[in-house]
Design a protein around this ligand. Structure first.
Ligand code: ZN
Length: 98
């Protein structure tokens, strides 16, 4: 178990109050009609699943209900921080989008 900071409630709570909503910042093909079946399949189903730092979406299900970005280490469960989706995406892109 670990603690997560909700950037909307401005409170740190136990993981049990939250739901993991998967990988954050998955790029949707700019023109879905022009995407190949492989590109569309990758967008829908392929995830990075890294061993290390990972950008995730979490929902504060037992709190405000909002979804936000968390950068979490998948081995140590250490959390680098929590941000609104917009602020998290700006950091994600600043890091090179990986
Ligand atoms: Zn909250």
């Amino acid at each position: 178990m670990f603690l997560i900071y909700c950037p909307y409630c401005k409170a740190t709570r136990e993981e049990e109050e939250f739901h993991n909503a998967g990988e954050a910042f998955i790029a949707r093909p700019a023109d879905p009609e022009a995407a190949s079946d492989e590109e569309w399949g990758d967008y829908l189903f392929m995830r990075k699943n890294p061993k290390g730092w990972h950008w995730e979406q979490w929902q504060h299900a037992a709190g405000c209900g909002r979804v936000f970005a968390v950068k979490r280490h998948t081995l140590s469960y250490r959390i680098a921080g929590s941000w609104t989706l917009a602020a998290g995406k700006a950091l994600f892109l600043q890091e090179g989008g990986v």
